[in-house]
Design a protein around this ligand. Structure first.
Ligand code: HEM
Ligand code: HEM
Length: 153
C-alpha cells in the first residue's frame, strides 16, 4: 500500500507542477478584466482538488505508518546516510502537507500566504533532487536493493 501511495504522490507532484501555470494565468487575466481561458479554468480547478487529494494521501500514509509501522531502512548505507534518508523522508511529509495547506489557505481564506506556497515548492524541488540523486547512487554505484524495495512486488 505504501509503495502504491509513494508513486501516486510522486505522479501527483508532477501534475501539480504542470497545472500551476494555469493558476497564475487565470489570475493575471482576471486582474486586467479579460475572460479566462476555459482550459486554464479547468486546470486551475484540477490543481486545487488534486492538491487537496495529495494532502489526504500524505495524511493516509502517516496514518498507515503509525498504525502498521514501516520496514527498517536498507542495510547497505552508512549511519549518516541512513540518518539523512530519515530526515529527507520526514521532510517530504511535512513539506507536502504544508504545501497543500498553504495553497488551500491562499485560495479560500488569506491570499498573502501564497508566497509561502511558492517558497515551499522550491524546498520540495530541493528535496526531490537530493532524493533522486540518492536513488541513483544506490542503483548505479552501490548497486543495492533500494530501488527494488520501492518497485511493485
Ligand atoms: C500539495 C501539493 C501542491 C503542489 C506541489 C503545488 C504546487 C504549486 C506550484 C508549483 C505553484 C506555482 C508557484 C509559482 O508561481 O511559482 C502553485 C501555485 C498555486 N497553488 Fe499549488 N500546489 C499544491 C497544492 C495546492 C492546493 C491544495 C491548493 C488550493 C486548494 C493550491 C493553490 C495554489 C494557488 C492559489 C497557486 C497560485 C499562487 C500564486 O500565484 O502565487 N495548491 N502550486
Ligand atoms: C515528488 C516525488 C517523490 C516524493 C514526494 C517521494 C517521497 C518518498 C518518501 C517520503 C519515501 C520514504 C518512504 C516512507 O517513509 O513512506 C520515499 C522512499 C523512496 N523513494 Fe521516493 N519520492 C518521490 C520520488 C521518487 C522517485 C522519482 C524515485 C525513483 C527515482 C523514488 C524512489 C524511492 C525509493 C527507492 C525509496 C525507498 C527508500 C528505502 O527503501 O529506504 N522516489 N520516497
Amino acid at each position: 500500500m505504501q509503495i502504491l501511495l509513494h508513486w501516486l504522490v510522486a505522479a501527483l507532484v508532477v501534475v501539480q507542477y504542470a497545472t500551476s501555470g494555469a493558476i497564475v494565468r487565470t489570475h493575471a487575466v482576471h486582474m486586467i478584466g479579460q475572460r479566462q481561458d476555459p482550459t486554464d479554468l479547468l486546470l486551475h480547478g484540477l490543481h486545487l482538488k488534486l492538491g487537496l487529494g495529495l494532502v489526504a494521501l500524505m495524511v493516509g500514509r502517516l496514518a498507515l505508518r503509525l498504525w502498521i509501522g514501516a520496514p527498517m531502512p536498507g542495510g547497505t548505507g552508512s549511519a549518516w546516510a541512513t540518518c539523512t534518508a530519515r530526515v529527507v523522508h520526514a521532510a517530504f511529509y511535512a513539506v507536502l502537507i504544508c504545501e497543500g495547506l498553504t495553497g488551500a489557505i491562499a485560495s479560500y481564506f488569506w491570499w498573502p500566504i501564497s508566497l509561502a506556497h511558492v517558497i515551499i515548492f522550491k524546498i520540495l524541488l530541493a528535496l526531490v533532487t537530493i532524493h533522486v540523486a540518492a536513488v541513483l547512487w544506490h542503483a548505479l554505484v552501490l548497486r543495492d536493493a533500494t530501488l527494488r524495495r520501492m518497485s511493485p512486488q
